[in-house]
Design a protein around this ligand. Structure first.
Ligand SMILES: [Mg+2]
Length: 413
């Protein structure tokens, strides 16, 4: 289907964590509220209410800094269970509007509304109905961006905040994007922004007017993607594929086919460990955490099964992924000779969404250590660093350390 004919909604809940807290304690409404811990704790802010944001408080900021900026703020602990529960409610509401739906984080989703006009009316009408349905079912506000691509829809929802709708009509994408700072393009962070500015590129229009070849020369494949994005297209891995596509780029998997079928438990498990590592490495490269993990088993007779498990907390940690996959394997492998093994991760959340909840706990140290391992691999090759081979004791120890449900735990002070 040509991009110009698609109708994509990006639905983003407004101040999600804070708003959920307000449902449980309505006295918080309208006040400066900081979710994430106590003002004297070492953790960081998970979320701030709009009233607190006026004082410069924002997520990922140290709690102590937030307390300095806004001493009158009400500090509350985060409740990940509540957020998951409300995220599921959000999903339910969206699912009534279109089954082509992809939650991209706990409070944010793309909904492909293409072809729903006969049932739900034109985009603005459908968006209004969605606002009402969301409020009724969850008591929460959301902002809705509507465009012909995910990229445009995502940028729109940001501009529509709070509790608004912004629809960019087909054909008007470039005009809408042109005056925006390049930083507004998803995937352009501080570093890329600086690199672009060094080349005199400040606005999306600057980017759009550059020759794609020049962009590629200077920024590699990313440059080509940026060129497409500047024109309102879903360019680059992040946005490839259709919404709700089962095996789209919103999943990461690795498989291994044995040169000879094997029923050797140790060989099978160490292969799963290696595959888990490879998946995690790619998760970390893309700064993603996966919530759903899946094992694939194919036996000599080409009989294939898949078994999935959904984690309480999304992860990119080798040992957590491996422990989950191994448990699935042990529960489902009956001793038959295996031809192929696969490890598949999906239902991603952004690393940045994790920061606020996880704080400076052991997870962060692991992430740092694992990234260091990733860097070594880059420098010295894939086999330079491996947690999987010959390090089973280490694995056990790390798994044991796994602070399951970490966000609910007390942060080290
Ligand atoms: Mg949000």
């Amino acid at each position: 289907m040509p991009a110009a004919h698609r109708t994509i909604f990006h639905v983003d809940m407004d101040a999600f964590f804070v708003s959920v807290e307000e449902v449980f304690d309505p006295s918080l409404k309208g006040k400066p509220v900081v979710v994430g811990g106590r003002p004297n704790e070492r953790g960081v802010v998970s979320a701030a209410s709009y009233a607190a944001r006026k004082f410069g408080v924002h997520s990922a900021m140290p709690l102590r800094t937030a307390a300095k900026l806004c001493p009158q703020a009400i500090f509350v602990d985060g409740h990940p269970d509540r957020y998951r529960e409300y995220s599921a409610k959000v999903y339910e509401v969206l699912n009534h509007f279109s089954p082509k739906l992809e939650m991209v984080s706990i409070d944010e989703a793309y909904v492909d509304m293409t072809g729903t006009e006969r049932l739900l009316g034109p985009p603005m009408g459908a968006a209004h109905a969605l606002h009402v349905a969301m409020k009724t079912a969850t008591q929460l506000n959301c902002s809705i961006g509507i465009g012909t691509s995910r990229l445009v829809a995502k940028i729109c929802s940001d501009q529509a905040k709070p509790n608004g709708v912004l629809w960019i009509m087909p054909g008007r994408e470039a005009e809408f994007l042109a005056p925006l700072d390049v930083r507004k393009i998803p995937g352009v962070g501080k570093v890329m922004e600086k690199r672009l500015q060094d080349q005199g590129i400040h606005k999306v229009s600057d980017l759009a007017s550059r020759d794609p070849g020049w962009l590629e020369q200077n920024f590699g494949a990313l440059g080509i993607a940026l060129s497409g994005k500047a024109h309102g297209l879903d360019a680059g891995a992040w946005f490839d594929g259709d919404i709700g596509e089962a095996d789209g780029p919103r999943s990461i998997s690795h498989e291994h086919t044995f040169s000879r079928d094997t029923a050797d438990a140790q060989q099978l498990e160490s292969t799963l460990a290696r595959l888990s590592e490879m998946v995690c490495r790619r998760l970390r490269e893309q700064k993603l955490h996966a919530r759903t993990l899946q094992l694939k088993l194919r036996d000599s007779g080409f009989h294939t099964i898949t078994r999935a498990h959904t984690l309480n907390e999304p992860t990119a940690i080798d040992s957590v992924v491996f422990a989950t996959i191994r448990a699935l394997f042990r529960a489902n492998w009956k001793g038959e000779a295996i031809r192929l093994l696969g490890v598949h991760a999906a239902h991603f959340e952004d690393e940045s969404e994790q920061i606020g909840l996880v704080g400076q706990g052991p997870h962060d140290k692991w992430n740092q250590a694992l990234s260091a391992a990733d860097r070594l691999r880059e420098k010295y090759g894939e086999n330079a660093v491996s947690l999987a081979t010959g390090m089973k004791a280490r694995f056990r120890e790390r798994t044991h350390e796994n602070p399951a449900g970490l966000p609910g735990k007390k942060k080290p002070s």
